[in-house]
Design a protein around this ligand. Structure first.
Ligand code: ATP
Ligand code: MG
Length: 395
């Protein structure tokens, strides 16, 4: 198990005063899978006040002190430290009514969502794995901790997390867990749209979204994610052919919709204005056929920086021929406006041009550069400008 030394230093401080502490959650899961871990979570038997006093020499942010979570800045890195806890009953399918602390790591692990997320590790006790998370990692399987129906009815966001983890890790979903997720899907109606949207976006931009999307479509989950949306399986199956970019993958999700409906869907998920503009530009642009440099430039004029992604989606969906994206990318680097020229008005003024003549000379140079982009070099353009201006002088 490889992780930074300061994690053991944190765990050591707890153990030094008779408490337990473990690495838990996603960072432990990722380390066991062999993925680079990010943001370390520590679970401890110590109550938050004790954690505060143990880290009095560090900067501590009281992230969610009511729920037992503190963020300690250790070596410049934020580490979340949470007291072992048991969640109380859930009234609204999302927020536990109460949280109680416990001194048992096993109890803390039993409230967690999936077996691969319900393990704990420290050097003293090794791996604590009461639900078989390690074996499920070997099998590449996502399985709910405990009774799936109960767990998804406590918190329906876990349904989205299930599909997101499957897409992120490329893991299969255990049959009973999938049945539970299907059976409890209406609970998603009680979950904030922003949270659903954020999980959906993480799913879409993951390395392996196809199986998760197909399962969601098959089990009718989209009904609670996007109203009146009909997923098209053949379209969704192409997700992994596209770059892991949110605009292009959202555009694929909405491929079967017209632009207005697609815009409505994106707004219903409360995505930011820029995210919506990007996805719509790609969706619109991808329906334009790019067959040559001329059509590539038209696409660039219509969709700006989104043109290469639009061309990529267009290729994948069979609207444009293979190579369309490469054609667009080549054109993206091409000078197409006066500010792209490697010469400017000041340069021309120093060559003696004045007033309107500066503008008309730049236009003339741009025309030449568009015809032959190799001319866009400062020395060449200065030479051409001199010739052009001397002709003008003679006129
Ligand atoms: P990532 O950080 O990549 O999203 P993660 O597994 O670390 O993955 P977090 O949301 O950071 O997910 O949560 C940390 C841990 O807390 C999880 O591994 C899981 O054990 C537990 N957890 C988080 N959300 C839930 C939930 N909704 N229900 C049950 N347990 C949860
Ligand atoms: Mg995490």
């Amino acid at each position: 198990m490889r992780y930074p030394e300061y994690i053991d230093e944190i765990i050591g401080r707890f153990e030094g005063c008779g408490e337990q502490a473990f690495i838990v959650g996603g960072s432990l899961r990722d380390m066991l899978i062999g993925l680079p871990p990010h943001d370390y979570d520590i679970a401890t038997s110590a109550l938050p006040e004790k954690t505060l006093s143990l880290f009095a020499d560090k900067r501590v942010i009281e992230t969610g002190i009511k729920h037992g979570t503190l963020t300690v800045i250790f070596n410049g890195e934020p580490v979340e430290i949470t007291t072992f806890r048991i969640d109380g009953s859930y009234a609204d399918a999302r927020h536990p009514d109460s949280v109680s602390f416990t001194r048992s790591i096993e109890e803390d692990l039993s409230r967690r969502d999936f077996t691969v997320n319900a393990m704990a590790y420290n050097k003293t006790l090794g791996l604590v794995d009461p639900f078989g998370g390690r074996e499920d990692i070997e099998k590449k399987l996502l399985r709910a901790v405990g009774d799936p129906c109960l767990r998804f009815s406590e918190d329906a966001l876990r349904i989205m997390r299930l599909f997101r983890f499957s897409a992120q890790l490329g893991f299969d979903i255990d049959e009973d867990t999938l049945l539970g997720a299907s059976a409890c899907q209406s609970g998603l109606e009680h979950i904030a749209k922003e949270r659903i949207a954020s999980e959906l976006l993480r799913l879409l931009t993951s390395p392996y979204p196809c199986r998760a999307l197909a399962l969601m479509a098959e089990r009718g989950i989209f009904a609670h994610v996007l109203k009146n949306y009909s997923p098209v399986l053949e379209d969704l199956a192409k997700a992994e052919l596209l770059p892991r970019d949110e605009a292009v993958r959202l555009a694929l999700l909405l491929w079967g919709e017209d632009n207005d409906t697609a815009a409505e869907h994106l707004r219903s998920l409360r995505y930011a204005g820029k995210q919506i503009t990007g996805a719509l530009a790609v969706l619109r642009g991808a329906k334009e056929r790019v067959a040559d440099e001329h059509s590539a430039r038209a696409l660039i004029a219509n969709t700006g920086v989104y043109a290469p992604l639009a061309a990529c989606l267009s290729e994948v969906m069979g609207i444009s021929p293979k190579g369309a994206m490469a054609t667009v990318e080549r054109q993206m680097d091409m000078p197409c406006k006066i500010s792209d020229l490697k010469i400017n008005g000041k340069d021309l003024a120093s060559l003696g041009a004045k007033g309107k003549l500066i503008g008309s000379t730049l236009e003339q140079l741009l025309g030449a550069v568009i015809a032959d982009p190799r001319l866009n070099q400062r020395d060449t353009l200065v030479r051409m400008a001199r010739e052009f201006l001397s002709v003008k002088d003679c006129e």
